[in-house]
Design a protein around this ligand. Structure first.
Ligand SMILES: [Mg+2]
Length: 241
């Protein structure tokens, strides 16, 4: 790809509404404008957590939720409808129910307006075909560590796009090496939703020389071949700026 700048969201770890509000404001001060909020640990409190974050950041910041398979289908519909009815303006909800429950996820997707993003439900191409057949999700989160590398990831992105599904590129808790590869994919393939590539931002220092760096909410790729990494290092190299 020719693009060297890939915007990313940043994740707010699960916590109380008050903790999340503080963390959300901090991340916005650091330049992020898409926040991913972990929910699904306790359906009863999830609506209040989303409300606390929305109140803390105001209407301009985009909020997305990741339930990490934590809800039953009924809980998912109850919480998501609650979010909708409260006007909390959530961009998408990631993996609301167990990864194996595609019928449950389709049942949820059918009953709410907020788009549903499949994560754990889609590792490889066969999984994505099953999701498409059942209309179980509106978007898919493509991660290199799930699907096995750049080539299958490209296939997933193309397959999703051909079937009118939205896409985004995410990562596991990875360093500049893995995130650099994922950001390169996103730069080359243009996804429909902002990438989820904050993993390396959380590291205190980069373990490599060269490679990506973060500028606020943007992953900046080096203008160099491959990942642009020139050495593994013990030196503490700053990678945020
Ligand atoms: Mg996820």
């Amino acid at each position: 790809g020719t693009a060297l700048r890939v915007p990313t969201d940043v994740t707010l770890a699960a916590g109380t509404g008050a903790d999340l509000a503080v963390a959300a404001r901090q991340r916005c001060d650091e330049g992020f404008d898409v926040l991913k909020l972990k929910v699904g640990t306790d359906a009863a409190g999830d609506l209040e957590r989303v409300r606390a974050v929305r109140a803390a950041v105001g209407p301009q910041v985009r909020l997305r939720l990741d339930a990490n398979q934590g809800w039953t289908p009924r809980e998912a519909v109850r919480v998501i409808r609650g979010v909708e009815d409260a006007g909390l303006d959530v961009e998408l909800v990631e993996q609301p129910v167990a990864r194996w429950d595609l019928d449950g996820m389709a049942w949820v997707a059918d009953r709410v307006d907020v788009p549903i993003l499949a994560d754990e439900a889609v590792f490889g191409v066969r999984d994505l075909v099953a999701v498409i057949r059942r209309r179980a999700a509106d978007l898919v989160n493509v991660k290199l560590a799930k699907c096995g590398g750049l080539r299958p990831a490209r296939t997933l992105l193309e397959l999703a796009r051909e079937h009118g599904m939205g896409t985004l590129v995410g990562s596991m808790m990875e360093s500049q090496v893995g995130v650099g590869a994922a950001a390169s994919l996103a730069a080359a393939y243009r996804t429909s939703a902002v990438s989820d590539l904050d993993a390396a931002w959380w590291l205190a220092w980069s373990p490599v020389r060269g490679g990506l760096r973060y500028e606020g909410a943007t992953v900046v790729l080096p203008d160099a071949p491959g990942l642009g990494i020139t050495a593994v290092t013990e030196t503490k190299i700053q990678h945020r700026g």
